[in-house]
Ligand binder design. Structure first.
Ligand code: DX5
Ligand code: ZN
Length: 216
């Protein structure tokens, strides 16, 4: 099980204190990059990732919620990303998704594909034999602190079953509304990577990360 705390909920005024905890207790750091167009919110650029990179060896997991993932993938790879996940809906075109995956792989970076809650998971089937990560959005992308959407479980079961049937190795990542109440069922449905923002950073981060890990 991989825990990916979301930088969206990080307290920048307590940088040293919080990054020290994450370095000990998490595997990934999840960066939600939003451009104010693909989603109605604007977050951070590559310098923020560089600042974290100077204090952490965690896997830098970049989630692009942007209209032009081709452009932003280059920028975040240069800044030190280990994985770039982009949205199918940024292109709505399998060939374009396929080309971007190849471009990311040429830089020796992991490539991930994500779908919004209302997108049929089966549209990305043609990419499943080459993708490293499938990120299932369990809330509408744009903001932290929303409630987990129950229909996510069907998508997870599909992805887990498809992976077994075709002997594929992609990791399944869930993003949005993850907490200590639903983490067990999410993991049992085949999820490898849990993104969690508001749950991890509210109150005692150490305890929250320990609790989440025990939900397995
Ligand atoms: C939402 C982001 C999530 C968000 C999750 O668009 O992709 O990564 O930070 O936040 P919580 O865990 O608060 O739902
Ligand atoms: Zn995210």
């Amino acid at each position: 099980m991989i825990i990916a705390p979301s930088v969206l909920s990080f307290h920048f005024d307590k940088f040293k204190e919080e990054i020290d905890i994450l370095n000990k207790k998490a595997e990934f750091l999840h960066f939600d990059v939003m451009d104010g167009h693909f989603v109605p919110n604007l977050t951070f650029g590559p310098d923020v990732l560089k600042a974290f990179r100077r204090s952490s060896n965690l896997f830098m997991d970049v989630h692009l919620m942007v209209e032009d993932p081709d452009y932003f993938s280059d920028i975040f790879i240069k800044a030190g990303a280990d994985g770039i996940t982009f949205h199918y809906e940024s292109f709505d075109d399998i060939i374009k998704c396929d080309l971007l995956i190849d471009k990311i792989h040429k830089k020796y970076i992991k490539a991930g594909i994500s779908v919004r809650p209302n997108t049929d998971i089966e549209v990305i089937k043609p990419l499943l034999d080459k993708i490293d990560i499938v990120l299932v959005m369990s809330v509408e992308p744009g903001f932290g602190g929303q409630e987990f959407i129950q229909s996510t479980y069907d998508k997870l079961q599909f992805l887990d079953q498809y992976r077994k049937e075709h002997d594929l190795k992609y990791l399944i990542e869930v993003d949005g509304g993850v907490n200590d109440k639903n983490a067990h069922e999410i993991i049992q449905s085949g999820t490898d990577i849990l993104v969690a923002g508001s749950y991890v950073f509210k109150g005692d981060i150490n305890n929250n990360l320990d609790t989440l890990r025990k939900c397995k």
